[in-house]
Design a protein around this ligand. Structure first.
Ligand SMILES: Nc1ncnc2c1ncn2[C@@H]1O[C@H](COP(=O)(O)OP(=O)(O)OP(=O)(O)O)[C@@H](O)[C@H]1O
Ligand SMILES: [Mg+2]
Length: 249
């Protein structure tokens, strides 16, 4: 099973949009996918209109067993959701022994999927440190503006430090330029810098596309909402790119 976190401590760079559409796209290619919402904003839930009896916070705090949190969203597509109570997880985790390894203990019990995709909150708090100590791959959406690029170097540092301190070997396997507008100078400049610095890792840019903004209102992925849109084409490429990579041992 490939374990991929969609992470960037900067807010609003397209993490949730990427997590939802990557997960939905992979499931349409006959891969069994579990999408986990680890953001207290619960944006995945809102985007796909999930109705769950239990969420990830209930499992983290031992109120229920992790398998009880899984909600089926359709063929090959399951979700574990979150809601605002997850904000309490930061405090809860900090008081536990091995506070960075709690999520790993929980998610290691899950198997039977080809992909586990985790949508992360915009922070470098306990939840994200737990994610980084568990996953093997990080996909980093980077908005094609100056601040988006600045956040990337910070993420690299944090990943190095968590790998070192918690014996993980997480690798950044994709950098995804997002919100790209070819008419905009700063977008073009930032894309060029990212491509130059990370030639192997940088994917095709995800263009700015209003359909990507609209789809969550209808609880649909971009493939169900507007299959001929730029958004569907760009995320379709990311899905194919992801399938073409081999699993990191
Ligand atoms: N390529 C795109 N074109 C147009 N709008 C987009 C695109 N990608 C994301 N958006 C919109 O931008 C906003 C932020 O995107 P998203 O919620 O995916 O970011 P995020 O990184 O998950 O944010 P947060 O850090 O708050 O969790 C949303 O309204 C989303 O619909
Ligand atoms: Mg988000």
């Amino acid at each position: 099973m490939r374990t991929i976190c969609i992470i960037n401590q900067k807010g609003g760079v397209g993490k949730t949009t990427t997590a939802v559409n990557l997960a939905a796209g992979l499931s349409r290619h006959d891969k069994k996918v579990l999408l986990i919402d680890l953001d207290p904003q619960g944006n995945v839930d809102a985007s796909l209109k999930v109705k769950a009896d239990y969420d990830i916070y209930d499992a983290l705090t031992n109120k229920t067993e992790i398998h009880q949190c899984v909600v089926n969203m359709g063929k090959n597509f399951d979700i574990i959701s979150s809601k605002e109570t997850l904000t309490k997880a930061e405090y809860y985790l900090a008081r536990q022994e091995n506070s960075r390894l709690i999520l790993k203990g929980l998610l290691s019990k899950i198997n039977g999927y080809d992909f586990m995709i985790i949508d992360c909150p915009p922070s470098l708090g306990m939840l994200n440190q737990n994610v980084l100590a568990f996953c093997k791959e990080a996909f980093i959406p980077v908005s094609t503006d100056y601040l988006g690029y600045d956040a990337l170097a910070k993420m690299e540092k944090v990943i190095k430090s968590i790998n070192h301190n918690y014996g993980n070997d997480l690798k950044i396997t994709k950098i995804i330029p997002t919100m790209f507008d070819k008419r905009n100078k700063i977008c073009k400049e930032t894309l060029a810098i990212i491509q130059q610095e990370y030639p192997e890792l940088t994917t095709y840019p995800i263009r700015q596309n209003s359909k990507l903004k609209e789809a969550p209102k209808y609880g649909k992925s971009i493939f169900n909402y507007a299959k001929s849109s730029h958004g569907a084409k760009d995320y379709g490429k990311l899905v194919e790119d992801t399938l073409a990579m081999s699993e990191i041992a």
